[in-house]
Design a protein around this ligand. Structure first.
Ligand SMILES: Nc1ncnc2c1ncn2[C@@H]1O[C@H](COP(=O)(O)OP(=O)(O)OP(=O)(O)O)[C@@H](O)[C@H]1O
Ligand SMILES: [Mg+2]
Length: 237
């Protein structure tokens, strides 16, 4: 479903360039729940952005649903991203001028898809969202905004979900509710690639990739909490 072959990303700064992702290779299949963990600044968001076609790697190749994104026109890539992929952004990316309902249904509107207000209500209820659908993002708490961002992703019924710390702002109960929903989607065949700082959550995914300094330093199948803490310890030295 998602294949990255030796992707690197360099960023040009004023006086020099820095490499923030180094020859990373990843393969994720339908129904897989993959987690990516690593220290702040290790390149997790950059990796997710390259895998989802939001950002082009400086070298290497990314395939989404069998298509090499670097060989697609901007229009075709945008269409592929709109139909196959859905992303929960670390910074939510809600539109401030739109209320909760309009934020959630925005991807459907862009795809000219049918919009069901009751489906949105059910979706938000299932996420334990208690605020009003007419409220605007600046009238919501951080956790509520995160739930709106999650609902906007789930409403797409995409084949691949990229989630960048999707439960970072949430209380324990909401965190568990949302994590269980992502797991259920993976069981239904959705490919989920999730960045998390939560080792307990990562230990409940099928495979964990540990990233440090823009490199995957190890990959653990059916990881345990102890294994992941041990990996993080090797980074701390
Ligand atoms: N546009 C940019 N220009 C310069 N440096 C950048 C840019 N984007 C990212 N970086 C740098 O690349 C590194 C990786 O950033 P990234 O956001 O991918 O980290 P992260 O692992 O997601 O961190 P966090 O856990 O804090 O979200 C960081 O050192 C960051 O400062
Ligand atoms: Mg990040």
């Amino acid at each position: 479903m998602i294949i990255a072959k030796k992707i690197s990303k360099q960023i040009q700064l004023a006086s020099h360039s820095v490499e923030i992702l180094h020859e990373t290779t990843i393969c994720a299949r339908p129904g897989e729940f993959l987690s990516i963990i690593g220290p702040s600044g290790s390149g997790k968001t950059t990796l997710l952005n390259c895998l989802s076609g939001l950002m082009m790697p400086s070298s290497g190749e990314v395939y989404i649903d069998g298509q090499c994104i670097q060989r697609l026109s901007a229009g075709k890539l945008a269409q592929l991203r709109r139909t196959v992929i859905s992303t929960i952004f670390q910074s939510y990316n809600l539109l401030p001028a739109l209320n909760v309902l309009d934020n959630v249904v925005l991807p459907l509107r862009l795809n000219h898809q049918r919009i069901s207000k009751s489906e949105v209500k059910t979706l938000l209820n299932g996420l334990n969202f208690k605020a009003d659908l007419n409220q605007f993002p600046n009238q919501l708490s951080g956790g509520e905004q995160q739930k709106v961002a999650i609902a906007r992703t789930l409403v797409m019924h995409a084949q691949v979900i990229f989630a960048d710390e999707p439960t970072g702002a949430l209380d324990l109960i909401s965190r568990q509710v949302i994590f269980q929903q992502l797991r259920a989607l993976a069981e239904q065949g959705v490919c989920i690639i999730m960045v998390t700082h939560d080792v307990e959550q990562a230990a409940h995914t099928g495979r964990a990739l540990i990233l440090n300094d823009g490199r995957i330093i190890s990959e653990v199948k059916h990881p345990s909490v102890d294994q992941l803490f041990a990996q993080m310890d090797t980074i701390r030295g």
